[in-house]
Design a protein around this ligand. Structure first.
Ligand SMILES: [Zn+2]
Length: 251
């Protein structure tokens, strides 16, 4: 059982027609294809609504989370071991879930504002990591946690390197400068696996299949912070404001 994940090839598409292919009373509704992003890589799953025809009326029910099910584990030398060909579970309340049946034609639509904020938050944390790595090369391999929420994002590193106020200023200036330059950000597929994606800005490339902006300028103004989580665990987080809404989203 697999859901075709439309956000990879159509990152700014916000709705699609689909068919219900499975219903799990705990995990939710599985569709044959969906624009909704299932939580992974630290980025929260999408919320939104699923609509269908009920006689002559159109019924619309909310889903409050999107999660990945089990799939094939990707084993490539140059890419992290991620599950691919997974079903995407759209989580609805039990009462709402009972309105669906396998084979039903539906329309899924993600919450635009939340997806936009997650996309900005996600793109911004890439710039934060780039800034940190400009000062501490190789820090990518020390990442132990990543959390990307609508209000901001954070990275936790297993490192004895305690970040200083100067580090925070350096990263903040680095990120703000990239935003000012309105740099282009790219994604591209792994040659051997269509679900394995890379993110690139300048000559900086990392594996990532999340939701990204196309240019840095949309991010706006950022505020970078640090926190020590003990002797060998350090956190860097950021929030943003004054962001711009890209004009190419398709409702
Ligand atoms: Zn990413």
């Amino acid at each position: 059982m697999e859901t075709i994940k439309l956000h990879h090839l159509h990152p700014f598409l916000l709705s699609n027609e689909a068919e219900v292919i499975h219903i799990d009373q705990i995990r939710g509704l599985v569709l044959d294809q969906s624009v909704a992003y299932a939580e992974s890589g630290g980025q929260l799953g999408d919320q939104g609504k699923i609509s269908f025809k009920n006689g002559n009326t159109n019924k619309e029910l909310p889903f409050h989370d999107t999660q990945k099910g089990e799939g094939r584990l990707l084993l490539l030398k140059d890419f992290p071991a991620i599950p691919v060909q997974t079903p995407t579970y759209h989580q609805l309340s039990p009462e709402h879930l009972s309105k669906f049946y396998v084979g039903q034609k539906v329309k899924v639509q993600v919450d635009f504002q939340r997806r936009l904020l997650l996309t900005i938050s996600h793109s911004g944390i890439h710039l934060v990591l780039m800034g940190l790595e400009a000062k501490y090369p190789g820090l990518y391999s020390a990442i132990r946690g990543c959390s990307i929420k609508p209000e901001g994002a954070r990275l936790d590193f297993s490192t004895d390197q305690k970040f200083t106020d100067e580090d925070v200023c350096f990263v903040q200036d680095f990120v703000q400068n990239q935003i000012l330059l309105n740099k282009q950000m790219f994604v591209y597929q792994h040659a051997a696996e269509p679900e394995a994606w890379f993110w690139q800005m300048d000559d900086y490339i990392i594996p990532c299949g999340g939701c990204h902006l196309t240019e840095t300028g949309y991010i706006g103004t950022v505020s970078v912070k640090k926190k020590s989580l003990g002797r060998s665990m350090q956190r860097i987080s950021f929030t943003f404001k004054d962001y711009q809404i890209p004009e190419f989203y398709e409702i």
